[in-house]
Design a protein around this ligand. Structure first.
Ligand code: ARG
Length: 469
């Protein structure tokens, strides 16, 4: 079946082009949306006098029967040939409900139809991804709760920098996931406008109440401009962007954990369930889950570039290029969803080795800044303090010793006022973190406040998500 036969000589259609042009293999995942939109639209058609009450009832029953059939045989449509999901549903409906199905297309086009269904999909997908973000945030928070006092050598440039609480580190990723979650909420809001009733591009001449249509399909409002809404895919780009940034965050976490779990660091251990071995080297345990997350981020970024390029220079209004939005959006949503889920499980099952973190922090002279700052509190200009402590660190490094292992007479060669107080500053990672009490810092008092706040934020987001359903 075709929705556009009359204008064409249909003998001699090229099978290669038919295959090139079809989207049913992809857009069949919109079947339930198509049925729902049809069901609501038929009520408006009946109200507009296009369908008789009898026809409307028959079609409604036909849609219900079709829905049940697809529900009971989820793979039924797979492998069937059709130009797209709208064509397929109309053909099935004609079998189910007879010639009344041929009135369905009145006043609408696949252009406003597909835009409507993609928006319904985008709204659901954003809500599902948001739920996945919340699960990741919960796992991060769970680990932070479990290890409130563990100290991690904080890195900049991948070089030892200053001690931070491991919980503080986890909360950094909580912040990223929180931004992702909020971005997804906003994506959902922006997708929340109804295209249907815009026709192919110019609007409809039948008395279709689009305000009611919007209400019945759960949209906040009908779109204001028919030209724009039939060819607008901003909501697709935005959702792919939200996915891209979320998996980009995951790729940073993945990279951190790959480094931290390598034997040179040994700070954390990835659960066996999320690791794989080598076919050749029996000793190998590789964190492939994290490498795949890192790699898949590239794919989602590719989808974003693809979607933006699809829109670039596209003349108003609908053009068939827009069919390519499905590939990009479905893949981005699927990939981001599964990456979030796997990352959540890796985090939830992560084993921590605090002693390894502690030893690395000691060896990395991480208290050097604290020492310089202690000298400043005794009246030395910071530039001078920086210089003295720098020389002291070089000495320790050359002697293969840590700051904590220094004898008093050695330290005095570099810092004449060296005493037991400075020795404590030099050796205590705990006092280093405890000092950083300013808002957003790594002091345990701050971090426990941040953990409590994160818990509250998570509960708010969860209840907001549930109230949407
Ligand atoms: N399958 C198309 C899409 O996904 C919708 C059909 C619009 N086709 C057309 N010839 N106007 O965008």
């Amino acid at each position: 079946m075709r929705l556009w036969g009359g204008r064409f000589r249909l003998q001699g259609r090229d099978a290669l082009f038919e295959k090139f042009s079809e989207s049913f293999s992809l857009d069949q995942r919109l079947i339930f949306y198509d049925l729902r939109v049809n069901q609501v639209y038929l009520r408006r058609l009946a109200a507009a006098g296009v369908l008789t009450r009898v026809e409307a009832r028959r079609l409604n029953r036909g849609i219900e029967a079709l829905r049940r059939r697809v529900e009971s045989r989820p793979n039924w449509a797979r492998g069937q040939a059709s130009e797209d999901v709208h064509t397929w549903v109309e053909a099935q409906l004609e079998k189910e409900a007879g010639p009344a199905a041929r009135k369905f297309r009145t006043g609408r086009s696949r252009n406003d139809l597909v835009a409507t269904e993609m928006r319904l999909y985008a709204k659901d997908a954003a809500a599902q991804l948001l739920a996945a973000c919340l699960r990741l945030m919960e796992a991060l928070l769970g680990q932070a709760h479990a290890h409130p006092r563990v100290i991690l050598p904080g890195l900049t440039h991948l070089q030892p920098a200053q001690p931070v609480l491991f919980a503080h580190y986890l909360l950094a990723y909580f912040e990223m996931a929180l931004r992702d979650a909020k971005r997804l909420e906003q994506c959902r809001e922006r997708a929340d406008e109804l295209p249907l009733g815009a026709g192919a591009l110019a609007g409809t001449s039948f008395p279709i109440n689009r305000e009611l249509l919007a209400q019945e399909l759960g949209f906040a409002r009908p779109a204001r401009n028919s030209l724009d809404t039939t060819s607008d895919r901003d909501f697709v780009c935005e959702l792919i962007f939200a996915c891209s940034l979320a998996v980009t965050h995951l790729s940073r976490l993945a990279e951190d954990l790959l480094i931290y779990s390598s034997p040179g660091f040994g700070f954390v251990e990835i659960a066996d369930a999320y690791s794989t071995g080598s076919s050749l080297m029996p000793q190998k345990k590789n964190a492939d889950s994290l490498e795949l997350i890192r790699g898949r981020a590239a794919r989602v970024q590719g989808a974003l570039t693809g979607a933006l390029a699809m829109l670039k220079g596209l003349p108003l209004a609908y053009n068939r290029d827009l069919q390519e939005d499905k590939h990009a959006l479905f893949d981005a949503v699927d990939t981001a969803g599964s990456a979030l889920e796997v990352a959540t499980r890796v985090v939830a099952t992560l084993k921590i080795h605090p002693r390894k973190m502690q030893a690395a922090a000691q060896a990395g002279f991480l208290t050097a800044t604290d020492l310089a700052e202690a000298l400043v509190r005794r009246g030395m200009p910071f530039a001078e303090a920086h210089e003295c402590v720098g020389r002291l660190v070089r000495y320790c490094f050359e002697q293969s010793r840590t700051l904590a292992e220094l004898e008093e007479w050695e330290a005095r060669r570099f810092i004449p006022t060296w005493d037991s107080e400075l020795a404590t500053v030099a050796s205590s990672l705990e006092s280093s973190v405890e000092m950083r009490t300013a808002t957003g810092g790594t002091a345990p008092s701050q971090v426990s406040r941040q953990i409590a706040a994160a818990g509250r934020t998570l509960r708010q987001l969860k209840s907001r998500l549930h109230s949407q359903k």
